[in-house]
Write a protein that binds this ligand. Structure first.
Ligand code: NDP
Length: 477
């Protein structure tokens, strides 16, 4: 008997994905460049299902039923190309190659095109949830042809996380759509984490609460509208004590955040498309700033405000304010991320169903949250909506939160606690609301120094003012 699906690349992700497939009754072919990984998988977990280990790529390919379904789970970038190049000569028209790594969607577009020309289906699939998700149910974001999804979809939906019986997997769209959506997912994750970190920082360094107390606050929040995996694990991390020193764990960890690059990809793409994702950008920059050890050391002596703490009465009320600011800022972060998905979808003709993306993020992935149901409803009621912020539920929540949100941002500024995520989110909200923006002045400046021309509010066409002459206005086109 032949295997229904194959996995090549059996490090943590590939191994767990293969086990997940086998546990769901799908016979899985296995191949890894270094055979020791294949052998140890079968030795340790062979009893979990039907595995077909192979020691050569040819043997692996031959062990699969046709058309073949192959998931590549290797290091993103050049290794993925190397594996594809090795694999393609062994395949036949109609075979399907899934890249489950964190690929750049532009690479996915290139690979999809190349394989399509050879009669093969290439499926760039975002997979979120880390190793735990891969084993017990990830959120899966597959791109590629509709035809390949017909064959792969049922298997992927089978192993994906389920929420209310609905799988966290759907066909995202053609070629790079899946990896694009995965990239934005990661950008939103950055933003979400940054906002939570700012909430903690304010409770700690403005309201004077201890990590253990803040853990309790997060626990309470996790039973309300902020219920999410990230808020849940935040409480766990804050409650944890370092065994060595007896200090709060958060105090013994070096405060320099790492990043693997998908947050910055999101921002780079947003810059290219001209989509303001200020919350995600601030989150990426906040990590970069945290890691700028030399810059921080040189700046440590700069003066701060005289007052650095809230008084105790204010600090008791403050936690509620921070909850409001966090919820409002989170709405903004998601609104910005979804705008980027819509922009990518438009640019590449992907026709992505935004509401369906909210649905498949409800489980399995790092940003899973009950709040995503609201986002789904918002897109169901108006699929092409310009922004999530104007959805009735979110608009009301923002309206109710705004006074507290403003207090939090101004408190942060007054007490000298950096809150770039909260501040950027509020500025975005106010800028979108504004009747008039100072962009009119910028147009004036651009016309003054560069004759870049401007449009008028009261008539059509472009104009230029003769700034160096008699300052009369002339039509510019
Ligand atoms: P790694 O990214 O560490 O990649 C290791 C695997 O790649 C090994 O199987 C290795 O084979 C193989 N490999 C590397 N170079 C080559 C090559 N030139 N030819 C053949 N095989 C090669 O593994 P992970 O499991 O952490 O991640 C796999 C993919 O999943 C990555 O793209 C990652 O970004 C993505 N991902 C990871 C998540 C995570 O939480 N770790 C979450 C979501 C996605 P060998 O054993 O022979 O060295």
């Amino acid at each position: 008997e032949q295997a229904r699906i194959g996995v090549t690349g059996l490090a943590v992700m590939g191994r767990n994905l293969a086990r997940n497939l086998a546990r769901h009754g799908h016979p899985v072919a296995l191949y890894n460049r270094t055979p020791a990984r294949t052998r140890s998988l079968v030795e340790e977990f062979g009893s979990e299902g039907e595995f077909h280990p192979a020691e050569s790529l040819k043997e692996f390919v031959d062990s699969l039923e046709r058309p073949r379904r192959i998931i590549i789970m290797v290091k993103a970038g050049a290794p993925t190309d190397a594996v594809i190049d090795e694999l393609v000569p062994l395949l036949e028209p109609g075979d399907m190659v899934v890249d489950g790594g964190n690929a750049d969607y532009r690479d996915t577009r290139r690979r999809e095109k190349a394989l399509r020309q050879q009669g093969l289906h290439f499926v760039g699939s975002g997979i979120s949830g880390g190793e735990e998700g891969a084993l017990n149910g990830p959120s899966i974001m597959p791109g590629g042809s509709a035809e390949s999804y017909e064959s792969l979809g049922p298997i992927l939906e089978d192993i994906a996380a389920k929420v209310d019986g609905v799988p966290c997997c759907t066909h995202v769209g053609p070629d790079g759509a899946g990896h694009f959506v995965k990239m934005v997912h990661n950008g939103i994750e950055y933003s979400d984490m940054q906002l939570i970190a700012e909430a903690y920082d304010l409770l700690r360094h403005a309201a004077g609460k201890r990590p253990g107390e803040i853990a309790e606050i997060f626990r309470t929040w996790n039973s309300g509208r902020l219920e999410s995996y990230l808020v849940e694990i935040t409480a766990e991390v804050l409650a944890h004590t370092d065994a060595e020193t007896g200090k709060p764990f958060v105090d013994v960890v070096l405060d320099q955040a790492g990043q693997k690059g998908t947050g910055s990809w999101t921002v780079q793409n947003a810059l290219e498309f001209g989509v303001p994702v200020s919350g995600i950008a601030e989150a990426v920059f906040a990590r970069s700033l945290s890691g700028s050890a030399e810059l921080r050391a040189a700046s440590r002596g700069l003066p701060g405000p005289a007052e650095t703490w809230l008084d105790s009465a204010a600090s008791d009320r403050f936690a509620d304010d921070v909850e409001q600011a966090l919820y409002a800022s989170k709405i903004v972060a998601y609104a910005q991320g979804f705008n980027l998905i819509q922009a990518g979808s438009k640019e590449f003709g992907w026709d992505i169903d935004a509401g369906a993306m909210a649905t498949i993020w409800r489980g399995g992935c790092i940003i899973r949250a009950s709040f995503l149901n609201r986002i789904k409803e918002a897109f169901d009621s108006e699929p092409g909506r310009p922004t999530l912020l104007t959805d009735a539920h979110f608009a009301e929540a923002l309206g109710n939160a705004q006074a507290a949100w403003r207090r939090v941002v101004s408190t942060a500024a007054q007490l000298g606690v950096p809150a770039p995520g909260f501040s950027a989110a509020l500025a975005y909200y106010d800028a979108l609301r504004a009747e008039r923006l100072p962009a009119a002045l910028i147009q004036g400046q651009r016309d003054f120094f560069g004759a870049h021309t401007y449009k008028r509010v009261d008539t059509s066409g472009s104009f230029h003012t003769l700034w160096g002459g008699d300052r009369s206005e002339i039509p510019a086109d």
